[in-house]
Design a protein. Sequence first.
Length: 189
Amino acid sequence: MECLKPIRTSLALFLAVALAGCATMTPDECRVADWYLIGELDARSGRTPAHFSSRAQDCAEAGYPADQASWREGWEHGLTVFCTAAQGFRFGRDGSRYEPICPAALEPEFLAGYDLGRSVHDASARVDDLSRQLEALDREFRETARNGNLTEDLKDDFESRQRALRRQLRNAELELAELNGVARGRGFH
């Protein structure tokens, strides 16, 4: 029996990796499911209890029962890991949408991190968007000049739009740098 322990551990790790990104379960996953571990991983991924229903339905269709009590116990344990300021920051920075799952006592801390992370995410998206707009305008300018269609008025218009975009980009980069500084100051990386 002791020789099976490494196999069970490996199987649990495989299952954890396989289920971390899936919304449904295969019959093989249902057959060997560690419902506590699945619940814990669901909570650590920010999933609501409704996610259990989808897993349970998949397993019922495959002929395997789901252990809701074990899943719930694992999910509640996973919340203690998920509902922290650091995890909230990562969750927000990654652009993930938070469904209110944290217990009332832990939610303010989680949301403080989440709100800052979300601000970093949004500022980074603005920088990326403005950079793409500036690159597109620069390509359009070069193409217009290469085709010999660049009048003095058109050149002035391009340059004015480029200056405006560069100014917006510089401001967005400063905002992002400031938010990243605040995040570092709070111990988030």
